[in-house]
Design a protein around this ligand. Sequence first.
Ligand SMILES: Cc1cc2nc3c(=O)[nH]c(=O)nc-3n(C[C@H](O)[C@H](O)[C@H](O)COP(=O)(O)O)c2cc1C
Length: 360
Amino acid sequence: MSEKLFEPVTLGKLALSNRVVMAPMSRNRATAEGLATELMATYYGQRAGAGLIVTEGVQPSVVGQGFSNSPGLHSQAQVESWKPVTDAVHAAGGKIVAQLMHAGRIGHPDLYPSGHQSVAPSAVTAAGQAYGPAGPLDYPEPRALTVEEIAEVVKEFADAAQNAVDAGFDGVEVHAGNGFLLHQFLAENSNRRTDQYGGPIENRIRFAIEVIEAVSERIGADRVGVRISPANPYNDIVEGDTRAIYEALVAALPPIAFIHLLEGGDRDHTAALRAQWTGTIILCPHPENGVAVSAAIATEALETGVGCAIAFGSAFIANPDLVERLRTGAPLAQDDTTKWYGGDHTGYTDYPTHVAAGAA
Ligand SMILES: Cc1cc2nc3c(=O)[nH]c(=O)nc-3n(C[C@H](O)[C@H](O)[C@H](O)COP(=O)(O)O)c2cc1C
């Protein structure tokens, strides 16, 4: 098998020592105030063998929070709290970018101390439920952002990107997928606006492009990425014409460091985006028939050129040394999915490396 997965690659300003990227994963172990913790520094430091770590979704503002105990980057205290995390990853030779994620209409006032009402492109309630401490909670109706407020949210993203750099991150990834705020603007079922941010596709991409441009102007496009998830219905999203949306979006992007493409099972669309975008792509391959992405699947994607680096998600949870295991062919440990969201160190920082497990 090709060794390409373990070769270095450069994405904008980010020089990665290998092409294995740790995908963003919310683990909900920050404090109620959105501060990163010592435990999080240990967790990310343990996984610094990845060529690049993309953090869990981080809210760029109080109202951007959609989940309990998710971290933020909108206060000085939060900036300080992230420094041990970025230090731990850098000390272990890794690179880390913060995923800036505004939840938009996904959330519930019972989940965070601010108790805020969610905001969205339009006052359209998402079907589905949030998971609260006492059980599932229906998503409430969000409030539609005014045009003036949209400009404020754009600025909040730029401020959060600056905060990320101040906290020692190597860059940021703007989350435009998975049914969160930017995706809600892209999709026709959640964006019913009749102004310059709604209606035709060139209007529905406007907000995402404004955010990415503002963030790029603030910290430099060469350390900015964007995550997209074409055709992903997660969080009650119906995009409309997927191909046309992403063709327009990609055409309007500034020269950022990378597109992080969460593939929706349409490899032809991936190939089309690959042909269109002249920059680098991190591919999070669609798990075929539910089979987790293997070194072979990743290598094939690299060999055929649809991705320059490959993102692995859940495999990193129970395998802090995932890169080494892929390199040596060591078996992968299984994660405990009941420990994905929230809790203490169990199911979080207590997974041993393959070597440590063997020595135990
Ligand atoms: C526990 C968990 C939390 C996740 N949180 C996020 C998140 O905060 N932001 C995001 O873009 N994707 C998130 N994802 C999706 C992953 O980044 C990834 O796209 C998905 O898990 C598919 O990759 P995999 O099959 O290798 O796990 C999450 C996935 C898991 C398992």
